[in-house]
Design a protein around this ligand. Structure first.
Ligand code: ME8
Length: 641
């Protein structure tokens, strides 16, 4: 009897056994502001990955979400005079709307202010504490609110965080809880040596291994509540809240059952892919795996790290006007063009620059010429000569057979997807689009028709409709709405996946009237504008000028030169000697201690035997000379930009 019961249980377990889901995550965005182009890049890449892997018919979970605690958010709410919850809800809605507009197919969305997340984060904290990996200590050091990260002096450039040069670094001295990160360093080095977690691109792995080999201290894991109240309470200590990254990283498990359903958790965790930007690699490649090791949980398989996007050569947030706002671009050019451009033109491994001009070129020359025209040409033949019915298939010629053999190349693009080279995968799909154009040109259906070769004419068009069906399948991850539109046009409402890439000889039915997929854009190209603006310099040229605020420390007259002063100027990082023709216009006492603007990367040159290391900026109206001084008390060394 007992044996039968046990067998019954095993059979039941086997029946209910489900394969683990493929789990993809993005970073969770800070909700201190609205979505920007960098967020667009990451979520579109993640969506493309998710849609691609789904086409193999596997179950997949794609999660994104919002990071809602920490000083950055609290400060923003205070600066805006808003209740922090109102600020969060407003930006949460903006992100959701943005993702919907972009056609993002996420399955789960985590908010770190949700009860589920808070409970999960607390459970994780307790597990680490029970393991003996959390202890109390005093943190005495620096903190960048922009990164929400503790910093050491050697991470700073000119006393500023290189990621956030416009923000002040603050000094903290407070009692904190610490996490024993140092305990896990050796294990992490081994993990990366054996590629147990793959970091892609590989060069980022070497950076991480070097940091690990240099050694790391334990990390401060909490903030005192009276100084930073906006966080998840530390279990059993009402005076502390969790450090925002300790809270945020746990999102990857808290929302998939960690605290509330071990069944769900086992089906989803570990993540197959964590997709993140290059600025947060340390948190994901060092802190997060160390936390998981401490908690005895499995490690993620892969970290995909994308580069940073600039807009028209400018850092996001600094760019002016419409181009910085993805919503305006989406309105102007539509979602498919925007997605296609980011996926094709921005190499996943590197930094990239968004350019509206390039986007227009891609629209007209690539989407319009290669794909739009192809669809239009095929549909025009069928509309004209086959009364919108599927042409009959007779026997395939050698040229047809050769073309049809090219339908299956999903293995090739899978290699690109598995190694996070989305742009290369799309290039490969595009090769097939071009091959289809070549097939039309080689087969010359118009000549087949002219020569009354009706069977071959009809067969060629059948093969071409199959070509369009195959293109539509391959385009699903990249531009899903265009893929759907193409299927509609060829009158096929099936939801195909990568099992349907073989030539199908049995399709019959009705196609739809032709439509122009990408009508030509009538927009003045920059190159045309350039003709009128030859006198301008580009922003890149301007960027080469290193102009700083300096303070005049000392002034001497230059011997035998009535007009010249020799100035000693403090520029924050060093002192510079400048020879300037100011003696006619300023007395020495007027200049002492004055803040000035100085071009510091002008090639040094000798003036009256003195090496002048830069140029002071001044206005000259022919009668008067006035030096340029900042009208606020900005720090010495500040950059003019
Ligand atoms: O970092 N180009 O949130 P976030 C490309 N809350 N990607 C960019 C970018 C740019 N210019 N700027 C930002 C956070 N990103 C944390 C994550 S995860 C547990 C917590 C990327 O809103 C950035 O690298 O500042 C990150 O992957 C994502 O956008 C969210 O950035």
């Amino acid at each position: 009897m007992i044996t039968i019961n046990i067998i019954g249980i095993i059979v039941k377990e086997l029946i209910s056994f489900k394969k683990k889901s493929f789990y993809i995550t993005t970073a969770i965005a800070y909700l201190n502001g609205k979505p920007h182009m960098g967020h667009a890049l990451e979520i579109i890449q993640a969506d493309c990955l998710a849609r691609f892997y789904r086409l193999f018919g596997e179950s997949l979970v794609f999660q994104t979400g919002a990071d809602e605690h920490g000083l950055k958010i609290l400060n923003t709410a205070q600066e805006k005079g808003m209740d922090v919850k109102d600020l969060l809800n407003e930006n949460y809605q903006a992100f959701l709307d943005f993702y919907r507009t972009l056609n993002i197919s996420f399955d789960k969305y985590v908010r770190t202010t949700s009860e589920i997340h808070k409970k999960g984060a607390s459970k994780l904290w307790k597990t680490l504490a029970d393991k003996g990996d959390i202890y109390k200590g005093t943190y005495n050091g620096l903190y960048c609110i922009g990164c929400e990260a503790y910093k050491s002096f050697n991470e700073l450039v000119e006393n500023k965080c290189p990621n956030h040069p416009n923000r002040e670094i603050i000094t903290l001295r407070e009692e904190n809880y610490f996490f024993k990160l140092s305990k896990y360093i050796e294990r992490l080095i081994k993990i990366y040596e054996k590629d147990e977690i793959q970091i892609i691109p590989k060069r980022r792995k070497s950076e991480i291994v070097n940091i690990l080999k240099d050694g790391l201290d334990d990390i401060s894991f909490s903030r005192q509540k009276e100084k930073m109240p906006w966080g998840i309470p530390v279990p059993n200590d009402k005076d502390h809240v969790m450090y925002v990254w300790a809270d945020a990283l746990s999102n990857y498990i808290t929302n998939v059952g960690y605290e509330f359903s071990s069944k769900e958790f086992n089906l989803i965790w570990p993540a197959n892919i964590h997709l993140i930007g290059k600025d947060i690699v340390k948190f994901h490649a060092i802190y997060w795996p160390a936390i998981l090791l401490s908690a005895g949980l499995q490690l993620p398989n892969k970290l995909f790290i994308h580069g940073f996007l600039t807009v028209e050569g400018l850092k996001i947030g600094k760019s002016i006007g419409n181009v910085s706002d993805p919503l305006i671009l989406l309105e102007k050019y539509g979602v498919p063009t925007f997605r296609f451009y980011l996926l094709k033109n921005i190499s996943t491994y590197d930094d990239g620059s968004f350019s509206e001009n390039d986007l227009i070129q891609i629209y007209n020359n690539v989407l319009g010429n290669d794909l739009g025209n192809l669809v239009l040409r095929v549909l025009t033949f069928i509309e004209k000569d086959f009364e919108l019915k599927y042409p009959s298939l007779y026997s395939l010629s050698d040229v047809d057979k050769k073309y049809v053999k090219e339908f299956y190349f999903v293995d090739e693009i899978k290699i690109f997807f598995d190694s996070f080279q989305i742009n290369k995968a799309l290039d490969r799909v595009w090769e097939f689009v071009k091959l289809t154009n070549k097939f039309i040109n080689d087969r010359k259906p118009w000549e087949l028709k002219k020569n009354n070769n009706i069977e071959e004419y009809s067969t060629t068009l059948y093969v071409l409709l199959e070509g369009l069906r195959i293109i539509a399948i391959y385009l699903k991850p990249f531009i899903p709405s265009i893929s759907k539109k193409m299927m509609e046009l060829i009158g096929n409402d099936k939801d195909y996946n990568f099992n349907d890439l073989d030539f199908n000889p049995n399709i019959i039915g009705q196609i739809n009237k032709k439509e122009v997929l990408f009508p030509k854009l009538e927009i003045i190209m920059e190159s045309e504008q350039e003709k009128e603006t030859e006198d301008y310099i580009t922003y890149d040229e301007f960027k080469r000028l290193d102009i700083r605020i300096g303070s005049i420390e000392d002034i001497e007259k230059v011997e035998n030169a009535d007009k010249l002063y020799k100035l000693t100027v403090d520029i924050g990082t060093e002192k510079r000697i400048i020879v300037a023709g100011l003696a006619e216009y300023y007395e020495i006492k007027e200049l002492k201690g004055k803040k000035i603007t100085l071009l510091i990367n002008l090639k040094p040159r000798k003036i009256r035997g003195i090496l002048s290391q830069g140029m002071l900026l001044a206005a000259d109206d022919g009668k008067l000379v006035s030096i340029l001084t900042p009208d606020k008390d900005v720090n010495i060394g500040s950059k003019i930009q």
